[in-house]
Write a protein that binds this ligand. Structure first.
Ligand SMILES: C[S@@+](CC[C@H](N)C(=O)[O-])C[C@H]1O[C@@H](n2cnc3c(N)ncnc32)[C@H](O)[C@@H]1O
Length: 305
C-alpha cells in the first residue's frame, strides 16, 4: 500500500539524457518517482511538476523542501497546458492513467475490490463523480465508455443493467456497480477470465469521467510547442486508444503518414521531429515481473528538430 513504482524509469532517463542545467516538465507527478530521478541526476536540474489530483500536491510538499528552488508544483489538468506560462523545456513527460495511491485509497472509488462511493475523479473538485455521471449522461456515452474505452465484450448487457439501475441507488457505490456487472457476466466468462468481470467497465468509466483521452490529445501539440529545439517529449500510456493518439500525433510531427489511409503528398508533409523508434518501448521481463502495472505500459518518445 502507498507505494508507486515509476514505470520504464531507465528508458525515460535514456530518452531524456538529462544534462546539467536541464529543465523538465513532468505533467503527471503522481508520487514523484520520475521527477525525483530527474532531480537526482544533477543538482542543477529543474523540474516543473503538474498533477490534477490535490493529494499529489500534498505528496509533493516534502520534495519541494528537499529540492528547494529546483522543483515547483502546479495544481492543474494538463488538458489545459496552454495555461502554463513556462516553456523551453529539455524534456516533457506524460505517465498516463491512475497512480497506485489513487487505486489504493478506498474512498476515491477507483477500485472494484473495495466498497466506497463511486467517484473515480482524479480531481474531486471538478466534474461529475462516476455515480452522478452514470445517472445522468446520454446512453451513448455509457456505451462509449464500456465498449470503446473499456473494450468490454459484454458491453450490451452491462450498459443495459446500468441504465435499468438508474434511480435505484445501486450506482452510488463501487460494490453496487460491481454486483450489477457480476449478475450479467456469464459463469463461463467468470471461470475463464484472469481478470475480475468489472475490470474493463471500471477502466472505461474512469477514462470517460476524467476525459482522459481528450486531455492527452489536447496537451500533446502544446507540449511540443513548449519544447526547446532538441527537446524530447516522452509518453507512457496504458491503453490502446491512448497509444493510438500518441502514435498518430508523433507520426504527423515526424512527417510520416499517420495511418495507412493517409495519402497526404510528401511535399505537404513537414518534418518537425524525429521519433526514437517506430514501435513503442515495452517494459523488460524483469520490470514486468516486479511491477505488474508495467505489463501494459507502452512508451513513445519524440525529439523536436
Ligand atoms: C501513473 S501516475 C504518475 C506516476 C509518477 N510518474 C510517479 O512515478 O510517481 C499518473 C498521475 O497523473 C495524474 N494525471 C492523470 N491525468 C492528468 C491530467 N489530465 N492532468 C494532470 N494530472 C493528471 C494522476 O492524477 C496521477 O497522479
Amino acid at each position: 500500500m502507498g507505494v508507486h513504482i515509476p514505470v520504464l524509469l531507465d528508458e525515460v532517463l535514456e530518452c531524456f539524457s538529462p544534462q546539467a542545467g536541464g529543465k523538465f516538465l513532468d505533467c503527471t507527478f503522481g508520487g514523484g518517482g520520475h521527477t525525483r530521478a530527474l532531480l537526482e541526476r544533477d543538482d542543477s536540474i529543474k523540474v516543473v511538476a503538474l498533477d490534477r489530483d490535490p493529494q499529489a500536491q500534498e505528496r509533493a510538499s516534502g520534495m519541494l523542501s528537499e529540492f528547494s528552488g529546483r522543483l515547483s508544483f502546479v495544481d492543474m489538468n494538463f488538458g489545459a497546458l496552454e495555461g502554463l506560462e513556462d516553456s523551453e523545456f529539455d524534456g516533457i513527460l506524460f505517465d498516463l492513467g491512475v497512480s497506485s495511491f489513487q487505486l489504493d485509497e478506498r474512498e476515491r472509488g477507483f477500485s472494484f475490490r473495495e466498497d466506497a462511493p463511486l467517484d473515480m475523479r482524479m480531481d474531486p473538485r471538478s466534474g461529475l463523480a462516476a455515480a452522478d455521471w452514470l445517472e445522468s449522461v446520454e446512453p451513448e456515452e455509457i456505451v462509449n465508455a464500456v465498449r470503446n474505452f473499456g473494450e468490454e465484450k459484454n458491453w450490451r448487457s452491462i450498459v443495459r443493467v446500468i441504465l435499468e439501475a438508474r434511480g435505484s441507488g445501486k450506482l452510488k457505490t463501487t460494490a453496487g456497480l460491481v454486483s450489477l456487472i457480476e449478475d450479467v457476466t456469464p459463469e463461463r466468462v467468470k471461470r475463464m477470465s484472469k481478470n475480475h468481470p468489472a475490470t474493463r467497465s471500471f477502466q472505461g468509466i474512469r477514462i470517460a469521467v476524467n476525459e482522459e483521452l481528450a486531455a492527452i490529445s489536447n496537451a500533446l501539440p502544446i507540449a511540443f510547442d513548449k519544447l526547446k529545439t532538441g527537446g524530447v517529449v516522452c509518453v507512457i500510456s496504458f491503453h490502446s486508444l491512448e497509444d493510438r493518439i500518441v502514435k498518430r500525433q508523433f507520426r504527423r510531427l515526424a512527417g510520416l503518414p499517420v495511418d495507412a489511409s493517409d495519402s497526404t503528398p510528401m511535399q505537404l508533409r513537414e518534418k518537425k521531429a524525429e521519433m526514437f523508434s517506430r514501435r513503442p518501448v515495452l517494459a523488460g521481463e524483469m520490470e514486468q515481473s516486479l511491477n505488474p502495472r508495467s505489463r501494459s505500459a507502452k512508451m513513445r518518445a519524440l525529439k523536436k528538430l
